[in-house]
Design a protein around this ligand. Structure first.
Ligand code: SIN
Length: 312
C-alpha cells in the first residue's frame, strides 16, 4: 500500500490513480502490453469506435512538428462489432477500467454505438468524441457549438447509464460554454483538450505534409493552451475534468491537476516512450510524498486563487 492515496473518482468510477491513456495514442492497449502492465493504469481509453468500420484518411497522415506532431488519421477503426469481439474480449482479462471513445458521423450513429456498448460489462465508461478535427462529418463539427454538443450528449445519455465523459475541442472561442452545455445534458465529466487544428508544408515539394492538408496538433507544444482551458472549464462546471495535452512527466500531470483536473491522460508521449504512463504514475506519487500530500486528489484545483499560495 502506497503512503499516498492515489485514488480519484470520475462519476461513479473509482480509478486506482489519476493517469489514463489518451484516445488514439494507445490502440486498445494490446500493442503496449509488452511495455506496460495495464493493471497499473488509472484507465485505458480506447481508440474511437464507430458503428461501421472506418478506413481513415489517405497517407501521409502523420507529420512531426517542433515539440509535437500533427495527425490526420480520420478515426480509422474496425467498427463496434469487431471491437467488442476482439479488443473488448482481450481487455476483459486485463484488470483495468476501460473507457471507450465513441465516434459517429451523425447523432444517431453516436447513439447506436452507445446503445451497443451499454450492454458490455467490461466497459466502465464512454468518452464521447465531439472533437476530432480529421473527419468531414461528425467529430469536431459536433463540438464547436453548444447546441450540437448538447444534442449528441442528450442522445448518448438516453442510451446508457454508464459514466459518460465528453471530449471537448480546443478549436472554439469559449470552451467553458461547451462544457456547461454537455454538463446540462447529463455528462458525468469532460475531457480536454483534443488536438488543435494545424498544418505543415514541405518547403522542398511546396505541398502540405499531410495528404488531407490539415490535421490535429498534439504534444508538449499545446500544453499551455490545454492547461489554460482546463483551468477555465474546471472553474465553470461541477463535474470532474480529465486534462490532457502534452503530458510527458509527473510535473506536467501535476500542473493539469493544479489547474483543476481530477485526472490526466498521456497521449503523444506514448509514441516517444511506450512506458510514459508508468513514469507519470510513479513520479506523481513521489511528487505528492515529497510535499507531504496524503491524497493525490488534493492537487485538484490547488492553484486556484481562493486556495492561497503554498508555503515552500
Ligand atoms: C484521428 O483518428 O483522427 C485522431 C483522433 C481524434 O482526434 O480524436
Amino acid at each position: 500500500m502506497s503512503a499516498v492515496d492515489m485514488r480519484v473518482r470520475i462519476g461513479d468510477l473509482e480509478l486506482r490513480n489519476p493517469v489514463m491513456t489518451a484516445s488514439g495514442t494507445f490502440g486498445s492497449g494490446r500493442e503496449y502490453a509488452e511495455f506496460v502492465d495495464l493493471s497499473r493504469l488509472g484507465a485505458v481509453v480506447t481508440k474511437g469506435v464507430s458503428i461501421e468500420p472506418w478506413s481513415g484518411n489517405e497517407s501521409p497522415r502523420i507529420a512531426e512538428t517542433p515539440c509535437g506532431m500533427l495527425n490526420s488519421i480520420g478515426l480509422q477503426n474496425p467498427g463496434v462489432e469487431a471491437f467488442c469481439a476482439n479488443d473488448l474480449a482481450w481487455l476483459a482479462a486485463q484488470d483495468v477500467p476501460v473507457i471507450v471513445n465513441v465516434v459517429g458521423h451523425s447523432v444517431d450513429e453516436y447513439a447506436a454505438v452507445a446503445a451497443q456498448l451499454d450492454s458490455e460489462p467490461v466497459v466502465s465508461a464512454l468518452e464521447v468524441n465531439i472533437s476530432c478535427p480529421n473527419v468531414d462529418a461528425g467529430g469536431m463539427a459536433f463540438g464547436t457549438t453548444c447546441a450540437a454538443a448538447a444534442e449528441v450528449t442528450r442522445a448518448v445519455r438516453a442510451e446508457t447509464r454508464k459514466t459518460l465523459v465528453v471530449k471537448l475541442s480546443p478549436n472554439v472561442t469559449d470552451i467553458a460554454e461547451i462544457a456547461r452545455a454537455v454538463e446540462a445534458e447529463g455528462a458525468d465529466g469532460v475531457s480536454l483538450i483534443n488536438t488543435l487544428l494545424g498544418m505543415a508544408i514541405d518547403t522542398r515539394t511546396f505541398a502540405p505534409k499531410l495528404a488531407r492538408g490539415v490535421g490535429g496538433l498534439s504534444g508538449p507544444a499545446i500544453r499551455p493552451v490545454a492547461v489554460r482551458m482546463v483551468w477555465e472549464v474546471a472553474r465553470a462546471v461541477a463535474v470532474p475534468v480529465i486534462g490532457m495535452g502534452g503530458v510527458t512527466c509527473a510535473e506536467d500531470a501535476a500542473e493539469f491537476m493544479l489547474a483543476g483536473a481530477a485526472a490526466v491522460a498521456v497521449g503523444t508521449a506514448n509514441f516517444v516512450e511506450p512506458s510514459a504512463t508508468l513514469s507519470v504514475i510513479d513520479g506523481l506519487e513521489r511528487f505528492c510524498a515529497e510535499r507531504g500530500i496524503a491524497r493525490v486528489a488534493e492537487l485538484t484545483g490547488a492553484a486556484w486563487p481562493e486556495r492561497g499560495k503554498r508555503e515552500t
